[in-house]
Design a protein around this ligand. Structure first.
Ligand code: 48F
Length: 257
């Protein structure tokens, strides 16, 4: 019966995919541009990577451009990444390029999965696995379970490294610091909170702030600004792409050492 086979095909291959991801090199929390770019470069380097996003459609703040004007502005320093993803672009002036946000976001997602990363949508990461004072995995649940406030326990996924790519909320950094009373690798030891907008400073500092924020936990993208207290940068996306590539390179180096 075709009906039964359709259901069986979905269930058996989904759980096969999920089971393969119970023990990862890297778990990425958040599928905004920085997290997806990180997933792509790490998967391409042969790492076992899964990305978890709470939305039905991962992509974070990249789909909507600015104020839903679905164009992106990217500075020339990040153009090599745009080319790696085969995204069409146009030169706007000496330093800036533009691209369609729908093409760009879907290209990031397609290339990451095609390179071997697994993306789980509709998953909310609600906690980390914290063993011997090291972040060692993530605790996941269905987004609808959390939205409904249902009393359903989550599942655990182990990882050598976890990346907080949750954007402005830097959720993993907050949860690790709050629950375990530890100090993060910031000037105060806490999540400082992002500062008001400064494009040039924000773009530079988001890349500088991309780092291991606590043993086992890296931070990238807007989450790194939120943790480190650096300015938001508004609707320019080169820093996000470069932050994602930087965190990938740092982790690849450690795993391949
Ligand atoms: O915010 P977001 O797009 O992340 P980003 O890579 O990029 C920021 C830019 O889009 C923009 C900007 C550019 O100048 O400032 O804001 O830093 O995407 C974050 C993703 O994380 C998901 C959320 O659904 C979104 O897609 N997310 C957040 N918390 C969780 C999560 C969580 N606890 N579990 C799973 N997904």
């Amino acid at each position: 019966m075709i009906e039964k086979e359709v259901s069986k095909g979905i269930i058996s291959t989904y759980f096969e995919k999920m089971e393969k991801c119970l023990d990862l090199d890297v778990a990425i929390v958040g599928g905004g541009p920085s997290g997806i770019v990180a997933a792509y470069y790490m998967a391409k380097a042969g790492l076992k990577v899964a990305l978890f996003d709470r939305k039905l459609s991962p992509g974070g703040g990249m789909w909507g451009g600015a104020m839903m004007f679905n164009q992106l502005v990217i500075q020339k320093e990040a153009l090599a990444i745009i080319k790696d993803f085969d995204i069409n672009y146009e030169q706007y002036n000496d330093d800036l390029f533009t691209a369609d946000s729908i093409e760009s976001t879907s290209a990031l997602l397609y290339k990451a999965v095609h390179a071997g990363a697994t993306i789980f949508n509709c998953y909310s990461v609600e906690d980390v696995v914290f063993k011997n004072n090291i972040v060692s995995g993530v605790v996941v649940n269905w987004t609808p379970v959390l939205r409904e406030g249902l009393h359903v326990d989550p599942l655990n996924i182990m990882a050598k490294f976890v990346i907080d790519g949750t954007g402005h909320d830097s959720e993993m950094c907050k949860v690790v610091a709050r629950k375990n009373g530890i100090k993060l690798n910031t000037s105060t030891g806490d999540v400082i909170g992002e500062r008001s907008l400064d494009v040039a400073e924000g773009e530079q500092q988001v890349v500088e702030g991309t780092k291991e924020i606590y043993p086992g936990l890296y931070v990238c993208g807007m989450a790194s600004s939120a943790v480190g207290g650096t300015p938001r940068m508004g609707p320019i996306f080169g820093g996000m792409l470069m932050s994602g590539k930087k965190v990938a390179e740092m982790i690849i180096k450690r795993i391949q050492a």
